[in-house]
Write a protein that binds this ligand. Structure first.
Ligand SMILES: Nc1ncnc2c1ncn2[C@@H]1O[C@H](COP(=O)(O)OP(=O)(O)OP(=O)(O)O)[C@@H](O)[C@H]1O
Length: 310
C-alpha cells in the first residue's frame, strides 16, 4: 500500500484552480521532494492530505485511509512541519514538546528530541516568543518527530535555517527514513531536496508537471552541460549544422564565441573536431554544468510555453 495516493485531486478557490487534477503516488519508505514555485499548489495538496481543506473533486488516501472519512487515523500516523505554524509565545520550547507528547499519548523524552533538533537545555527553557526563526523551525521539526510518525510531511522546512540547521534537517530526514518512515518534503528550492530525495514531483500552477528521479529530470530537460567555445576564424559551418549533431542543441554565436547545450558531456570532443574540420582553430573552450535550479527553471518554462501554444 502506498503512503500517499491521489486521484485527480483538485481544489478550486473561486476562479483559482489551486490544485488541478493531481495524480500522485508516494511509496512507503521514500523521501519524496515536492517542488514548485510560490503559489504552485504544494501547501494546498498537503492541507488536503490532512483534511484541513476538502478537495473540490478527486480524492486522496494516506496509508489507504481516505482523507475525507478517516482523517483521524491519518493524523495519528503523520508528523507535520506546516508552512505557517503558530507557536505560543509565552510557553517554553520544552512545554511545546511536552504538550505534543501528551496530546499524542506518546512516551517520547522531550529532552532527547530537543537534542536531536539542536536546541540546547538553555534554549529549551526560553519562551518560544523569544526564539529566532531558525530556532522556532527546529522546535516545530521536533514537534513533528514526536511518536515516530510513519509519514513525515515537511512544508518548506529549511525556511530560516542556517547551513548547520539545513545539515541537521537532512540528518534527521535520513534517520527517519532509516527507521522506516516516509518523508514528503515540499520546497521551492530544488537544491535543498537534492541531497536527500529519491524522487521529485514538480508542481506548476496547480498541475503536477513531472515526477521523476533527479537524473531522469536532467535527461528530460537535456541541458545538463553548456559548452562555450572560442574560435580564431569563422568555421565553414552553420548553426543548424551544429544543432544537427547528436546531443547538441540551442547553439548561439556571438563573434568568435559559440555557446551550446550538450545533453551528454562527451559530445564536447565531437563538437570541437567538427569545428576544426570546418577550417577554424578552437583557441579556448569551457564547459559549465547547469545547476539543478536551472533545470528546474527550464522545466517550468517548458510547461508554460506548452501551455501558451496549446
Ligand atoms: N484559502 C485560500 N483562499 C484563496 N486562495 C487560496 C487559498 N489557499 C491557497 N490559495 C491559492 O491557491 C494557489 C496555491 O497556493 P499554495 O499555498 O497551495 O501554493 P504553494 O505552492 O504552497 O506556495 P508557497 O510556496 O508560496 O507556499 C495560490 O494561487 C493561492 O493564492
Amino acid at each position: 500500500m502506498a503512503a500517499i495516493e491521489t486521484d485527480a485531486l483538485t481544489r478550486r478557490y473561486g476562479e483559482v484552480v489551486a490544485v488541478d487534477s493531481v495524480d500522485l503516488t508516494v511509496e512507503q519508505g521514500e523521501v519524496f521532494g515536492f517542488l514548485g514555485p510560490n503559489g504552485a499548489g504544494k501547501s494546498t495538496v498537503i492541507n488536503m492530505l490532512l483534511d484541513y481543506t476538502p478537495p473540490s473533486s478527486g480524492e486522496a488516501r494516506v496509508f489507504g485511509h481516505p482523507t475525507r472519512t478517516e482523517a483521524v487515523d491519518i493524523r495519528e500516523r503523520v508528523g507535520v512541519l506546516p508552512d505557517g505554524y503558530q507557536l505560543y509565545d509565552r510557553l517554553s520550547g520544552r512545554r511545546h514538546l511536552e504538550f505534543v507528547v501528551q496530546a499524542r499519548g506518546a512516551d517520547d523524552d522531550p529532552d532527547e528530541i530537543l537534542d536531536r533538533v539542536g536546541l540546547d537545555p538553555e534554549d529549551a527553557e526560553r519562551n518560544a516568543g523569544d526564539y529566532s526563526k531558525g530556532m522556532a523551525q527546529r522546535l516545530v521539526l521536533g514537534m513533528a518527530l514526536v511518536d515516530d510518525p510513519d509519514l513525515l510531511i515537511l512544508d518548506e522546512p529549511s525556511t530560516g535555517l542556517d547551513p548547520n540547521g539545513i545539515r541537521l534537517m537532512r540528518d534527521v530526514i535520513r534517520q527517519e527514513v532509516n527507521r522506516g518512515a516516509t518523508v514528503f518534503f515540499s520546497s521551492h528550492i530544488l537544491g535543498q531536496v537534492e541531497a536527500v530525495c529519491d524522487r521529485v514531483g514538480i508542481m506548476n500552477e496547480g498541475r503536477l508537471i513531472e515526477v521523476a528521479s533527479l537524473d531522469e529530470i536532467r535527461d528530460t530537460v537535456g541541458v545538463g552541460t553548456t559548452l562555450h567555445v572560442t574560435v580564431d576564424s569563422q568555421p565553414d559551418l552553420t548553426i543548424s549544422d551544429l544543432e544537427a549533431m547528436d546531443d547538441v542543441s540551442n547553439v548561439r554565436a556571438d563573434g568568435p564565441e559559440l555557446t551550446m547545450s550538450l545533453s551528454d558531456s562527451t559530445a564536447k570532443a565531437r563538437v570541437i573536431s567538427r569545428i576544426e574540420d570546418a577550417g577554424a582553430t578552437v583557441t579556448d573552450f569551457e564547459t559549465t554544468e547547469s545547476s539543478l535550479e536551472e533545470l528546474f527553471a527550464a522545466l517550468i518554462d517548458e510547461d508554460e510555453t506548452a501551455e501558451v501554444s496549446a
